[in-house]
Write a protein that binds this ligand. Structure first.
Ligand SMILES: [Zn+2]
Length: 228
């Protein structure tokens, strides 16, 4: 019989795994580092995660989804719930690999009276009810505000949230509303207002590409909404 791993071996293992996952995300083109990047918020940083690219490589997404599913395999799950296109692709991969064979549904993001909200489309109402066990899946968790909306949605319908699985967690919190968060990469990086940015002080050229790309994407989606 092999002896159980020592505690420092477990920690090392987690560190190695995190490095591998980060390397995978780098290969999708979603993760950028060692740069001087203008963020959508107007702040500057040396790192950036391009959310749209995180789940573009099917074999990577399947592999990463399976790791999340394995972590939650000991808990029965009826439904995997997410919101947003990237997270939905990942949800499919998590559900496919989970032994409970959960189904996959999504909440629709929107706004009402200036407040962000997530609603469950009427077609899915019968799926989440009293006692339904739900695993929430996200691609990126930054502040956790979307995850909180999803938790409230489930609990208002009488369901139970088993946990939250995500690719990347920027918040240091290992729990959201008392629910455990499992992430493949847990990493935050400092961001600076332009006036206090050390890279600006050293005269490093600013990379505005990501903000420009986002603006182009937004422009396209408003064009699509115009009646034809
Ligand atoms: Zn700067």
């Amino acid at each position: 019989m092999t002896p159980p791993p020592r505690k420092d071996e477990v920690a090392l293992d987690a560190e190695v795994r995190e490095k591998i996952h980060l390397e995978i995300l780098k290969r999708t083109g979603a993760y950028h580092s060692n740069d001087h990047i203008l963020l959508p918020s107007g702040h500057h940083a040396t790192e950036y995660i391009d959310k749209a690219l995180v789940t573009t490589e099917p074999s990577f997404t399947e592999g990463l989804g399976a790791v999340i599913a394995k972590h939650f395999a000991q808990w029965p799950v009826d439904v995997v719930l997410s919101t947003g296109p990237g997270a939905l692709i990942l949800s499919h991969c998590v559900a496919r690999a989970h032994p409970s064979r959960p189904i996959v549904v999504y909440g629709a993001k929107g706004e009402s009276s200036g407040k962000r909200r997530v609603v469950l489309p009427p077609e899915f109402h019968r799926v989440i009810g009293k006692g339904t066990k739900v695993l929430i899946v996200e691609d990126l968790v930054t502040t956790g505000s979307t995850v909180k909306l999803l938790i409230h949605l489930v609990e208002q319908r009488g369901g139970q949230v088993a946990g939250i699985g995500c690719l990347w967690r920027r918040t240091s919190k290992g729990e959201i509303e008392g629910k455990p968060v499992f992430s493949l990469v847990s990493r935050d990086f400092p961001t600076y207002p332009a006036s206090a940015c050390p890279l600006c002080k050293n005269g490093v050229a600013l990379n505005e590409e990501f903000v420009k790309r986002r603006e182009r994407r937004r422009h396209v989606s408003t064009e699509e909404k115009k009646p034809s």
